[in-house]
Design a binder for this molecule. Structure first.
Ligand code: COA
Length: 152
């Protein structure tokens, strides 16, 4: 079902990685209309951010990223999930959901949440398929969440 590529792997992302590969990190979402993240968004310090966040690296260059932090002892929030357009729809996003759930669970969280634009229909379908459900509405956005550690 998934690409098996020994040269592509997840690795925790550090501030140093962001600074060293800022051009590559910013380019990942370059085709997304309304994308607003600058270097400052990547670098802002948040609780447990540098333990939870990771990138998808191919030949030592980032081709995707998931930026996460702790909202509370039991809740991890996904701030940004992006995959380079050439690598979408190959199953990496699904694998990134598993990776972030494992990391959030290891950090003691029981809930993984995110905010998505209502108009981003394909992302909403992707999150629904990966176990997220509707929690609340915030203007043009919806809050989705999934419980961690359930065996069902
Ligand atoms: C949303 C996003 C992170 C999903 O990652 P992804 O790697 O594309 O996700 P997957 O490949 O696991 O699944 C996505 C699609 O590919 C299909 N797919 C999964 N594995 C596949 C495979 N091996 N071959 C072909 N298609 C596959 C899935 O059925 C799914 O189709 P659908 O959503 O059109 O019904 C990514 O598409 C992305 O970065 N989008 C732009 C940014 C964005 O919207 N981010 C979310 C903001 S909240």
């Amino acid at each position: 079902m998934f690409d098996e590529d020994p040269e592509t792997a997840f690795r925790t992302v550090s501030r140093i990685d962001i600074l060293a590969y800022q051009h590559e990190f910013l380019a990942i979402a370059a085709d997304i209309p309304g994308e607003y993240w600058t270097l400052q968004n990547f670098l802002i310090d948040l609780p447990s951010k540098w333990d939870l966040s990771f990138a998808l690296w191919q030949k030592n260059l980032p081709i995707g990223y998931a930026i996460l932090s702790k909202k509370s002892d039991y809740q991890v929030h996904l701030h940004h999930l992006m995959i380079n357009r050439d690598h979408r729809a190959r199953g990496w996003g699904t694998r990134m959901i598993t990776e972030m759930s494992d990391r959030a669970e290891a950090a003691g969280a029981t809930l993984l949440s995110l905010k998505a634009e209502k108009s981003n229909v394909s992302a909403l379908r992707f999150y629904n398929r990966n176990g997220f459900s509707f929690k609340a509405e915030e203007g043009d956005f919806v809050i989705l969440s999934t419980s961690l550690g359930s065996t069902t």
